[in-house]
Write a protein that binds this ligand. Structure first.
Ligand SMILES: Cc1ncc(COP(=O)(O)O)c(C=O)c1O
Length: 378
């Protein structure tokens, strides 16, 4: 059945619904932040994994994205995108697919997180007339992949890369996901500022060692959601979650509830007044607890949009439990007849969107304009 032109209330549930105007506003704001600082935005596409989202993130240029999977790179390459960074640590088993991407794109970059990856690439011939183009992943406190920004290892790896025949060095890349551990906007800004300083200082150190460093950037959604002239000191930023935002970002002060563009639509299955609960058709296959941290209530998985007194508090595979947030609160069941709709605001939109094969993209009146099909797999 075609849903185009119909209201979201006609959808089978659960469904992932996306407010197009909010996506466009969120993407425009990030492009403007980069532009006003004279730097590039290389948006991470992992939140939505769609062609349409990539077009919104690049302002229609289809240039400069970073992806989390090879299948995203291949989808974007098929759709005319270029200057794509596969933002995941390179290992040998990726070689065949990165060879094909390097061959067909004008600019395709890999992320290396250690010297072994550089050695593997050096020992493999790139496509004719091309070099393996690499960014070095740097750890500025995120404690995930990459070399610690202050360690000599960072300079040694860049020296190694620049001595290689088959490699060309693009620059250094830090995610600064440690901004998610902040408890206030000023703490987020402290993480951002220190990450920027670390990257600037490493770029300077490389130049002082006679090594080229064309690009240096940081980027997570919390660290890129507040204006600052510190960004002028970088060459690029690479946040991704801002396309949809979510309740975690609301809590971190990255956005307001009204900026959240991706929600899960669900229907009421039944009323359980003795337990002060309603059941809905949204279980853990349709919304996720991934990464759940401090919320307004310890049991809260997701607040209910437009009913701020209610929360999704538990789930089985296909069923969710909705109850009042306040212990002494109650549900006005007359407002929520069986079969009526609720919208849930995901804690983590990247992980919740990943539960759905289609996104129903609607206008501000709730009329479905487009269906977006995310790529899946790796
Ligand atoms: C390597 C890399 N770059 C950029 C991002 C984007 O960060 P955010 O999701 O906070 O926007 C991520 C997110 O996990 C990432 O892993």
């Amino acid at each position: 059945m075609s849903y185009i032109g119909k209201h979201i209330s006609s959808l089978a549930t659960p469904a992932f619904i996306v407010d197009k105007e909010k996506v466009e506003k969120n993407c425009r704001r990030m492009l403007d932040l980069a532009k006003s600082n004279g730097i590039h935005l290389r948006g991470q596409t992992k939140t939505h994994k769609t062609v349409e989202g990539g077009i919104a993130q690049t302002g229609g240029t289809k240039r400069k994205v970073v992806t989390s999977t090879l299948v995203e790179c291949e989808m974007y390459a098929d759709q005319g995108f270029d200057d794509i960074l596969y933002g995941f640590p390179f290992i040998q088993s990726h070689l065949e697919r990165v060879f094909a991407l390097t061959e067909r794109l004008e600019e395709f970059h890999l992320m290396v997180a250690n010297q072994e990856a550089c050695q593997m690439l050096e020992q493999s011939a790139p496509p004719e007339g091309k070099l393996w183009s690499v960014f070095l992943k740097v750890d500025c406190g995120n404690a995930r992949a990459g070399v610690w920004w202050e360690d000599d290892e960072a300079v040694d790896i860049v020296k190694f890369i620049q001595g290689c025949q088959n490699l060309t060095f693009q620059g250094i890349y830090a995610h600064c996901g440690n901004s998610y551990g902040a408890h206030s906007i000023s703490e987020v800004e402290r993480v951002r500022d220190s990450s920027v300083e670390m990257m600037v200082s490493l770029a300077r150190k490389l130049k002082e060692a006679g090594l080229e460093c064309p690009h240096w950037g940081v980027g997570s959604t919390p660290s890129c959601s507040h204006a600052s002239n510190r960004f002028e000191n970088l060459t690029e930023i690479h946040p991704g979650n801002y396309v949809f935002y979510d309740n975690q970002q609301v809590g971190l002060g990255s956005c307001g509830l009204d900026d959240v563009a991706g929600k899960v639509l669900t229907r009421v299955l039944g009323h359980y007044p003795k337990r002060k609960q309603m059941l809905v058709d949204c279980g853990f296959t349709a919304i996720t607890k991934q990464g759940i941290g401090s919320q307004a209530h310890p049991k809260m998985i997701a607040p209910v949009d437009d009913h701020q007194d209610l929360m999704l508090s538990n789930m089985t595979q296909e069923i969710g439990f909705v109850e009042p947030i306040a212990p002494e609160g109650s549900i006005d069941f007359s407002l929520h007849p069986v079969g009526s709709l609720l919208k849930l605001i995901p804690y983590h939109s990247c992980a919740s969107a990943a539960c759905h094969p289609t996104y129903y993209v609607h206008d501000s009146q709730g009329i479905i304009q487009e269906l977006w099909t995310p790529c899946r797999g790796w």
